[in-house]
Design a binder for this molecule. Structure first.
Ligand code: EPS
Length: 388
């Protein structure tokens, strides 16, 4: 299953086409729209989110709410397009009033994109590099999430750090539980009320200083069968596939599996998860590996932690060089989010879901849900016999 998105941040719409979707998968427009709403939320978001009401419009690949095996196409309107009819017109010439963005923002794609294509307006880069595009990805990954639910997999995400405020969680020695109500009730998608409050204070402080904040979030998937992914070929390694998917999200700067970098400072005997047999099932005493060994799932929960850099549009801008005058200048200051980590966690959850759905399809088949489910049943049956 693959997706391709199209659309500019202030163009008429975002479009996404998902190919390789098995036939017979029931899709709920409500859950996709619910995820789109979650992506728009978060303390410290800009006024843009008050303009948009992201909803997916399905134009192909479904009949009576069930996939047909044909590409699924969805589009999401950009309500803000109304305010950019002239400066984002696909045809005609630039209006006399057009103000080019000539002071690239440090940290954004602006300068490298301008150098790459020889543009004289950073806007030609920023319109597509903008994280607005991630709305289309969230819609696409809704299909992967429906697929995973059929495989008995539960996937969720939460924010565990914003700036210097963090939550003290331990998904490695304790079974992670999705505290859905607390996570969704939190303004920053953090299930710990006290940590949530401290995160919001960090955001207020950064905003008062005209600054921005990054942070980390975790994506957890439970109910995975062991052996998804592979060690036989480099390209099969699920660790690499998940990391690639997560690093494709704008602003992502780090991905850790299980203990991640902390594990590098420990001894092997303190890191590796001992194997036990419980009621005829292979199990582990801990989950420091975060559910992946040898590029394959172990059957324990997948635990991935993702680091996001602070947003690069600063209200109190950094120094840059004006690409017209070549003089030192202050960077462009479009309206900006102070923090997008909660939104990014929804996008990251979707990207992981996409990678996991593909791993299931590689193992069990890709054509239709009934055949895939039969293959899952027989795989699980075979696994059962191996511990007895
Ligand atoms: C975003 C919409 C954008 C930004 C943000 C993400 O809206 P606008 O550019 O109109 O203010 O708020 O973009 C970025 C974080 C970025 O780096 O470009 C959205 O819908 O998520």
């Amino acid at each position: 299953m693959e997706y391709v998105t199209a659309g500019e941040s202030h163009g008429p719409e975002l479009t996404v086409i998902v190919t390789g979707v098995p036939a017979g998968l029931k899709i709920s427009a409500e859950s996709i729209n619910d995820d789109l709403r979650k992506r728009q939320k978060g303390y410290g978001r800009s006024e843009r989110q008050a303009i948009e009401r992201d909803r997916a419009r399905f134009t192909s690949g479904l009949r009576f709410g069930v996939t047909t095996g044909a590409p699924v196409c969805m589009s999401i309107d950009n309500a803000d397009w109304e305010n950019h009819l002239e400066d984002m017109a696909p045809f005609g010439s630039a209006p006399d009033t057009l103000k080019r963005d000539v002071c690239p923002r440090p940290g954004h794609a602006d300068l490298s994109g301008v150098l790459k294509h020889g543009f004289d307006d950073c806007r030609d880069v920023a319109e597509r590099a903008s994280a607005r595009e991630t709305a289309a990805r969230v819609a696409a990954s809704g299909i992967a999430k429906e697929f995973l639910a059929q495989m008995g997999v539960e996937i969720f995400s939460y924010v565990n750090c914003i700036g210097r405020a963090y939550m003290d969680d331990d998904p490695f020695t304790k079974e992670p539980v999705f505290e859905a109500l607390a996570t969704e009730a939190s303004e920053v998608r953090c299930p710990d009320i006290d940590a949530s409050r401290r995160m919001c204070i960090q955001i207020d402080d950064a905003k008062n200083d005209g600054d921005t904040l990054g942070g980390t979030f975790r994506v957890i998937a439970k109910g995975l069968v062991p052996g998804l992914g592979g060690y036989e070929e480099a390209s099969n390694r699920l660790t690499a596939r998940i990391a690639e998917a997560l690093f494709s999200i704008p602003g992502v700067r780090g991905v850790e599996f299980g203990l991640g970098f902390a594990g590098a400072k420990k001894r092997g005997s303190d890191v590796h998860d001992e194997i036990v047999l419980t009621d005829g099932n292979f199990d582990r005493t801990t989950n420091n590996a975060g559910g992946l060994e040898g590029g394959m799932t172990t059957g324990k929960p997948l635990v991935v932690t993702v680091a996001c850099k602070p947003v690069s549009s600063l209200a109190s801008p950094l120094n840059t060089v004006n690409i017209d005058t070549l003089e030192i200048a202050k960077a462009d200051t479009p309206r900006s989010d102070v923090c997008v980590v909660p939104a990014c966690s929804v996008v990251g959850e979707g990207e992981v879901a996409f990678a996991l759905a593909n791993a299931y399809m590689d193992a069990l088949g890709k054509t239709n849900m009934s055949d895939i489910k039969n293959a899952l049943r027989s795989y699980k049956q075979r696994l059962k016999t191996m511990g007895r």
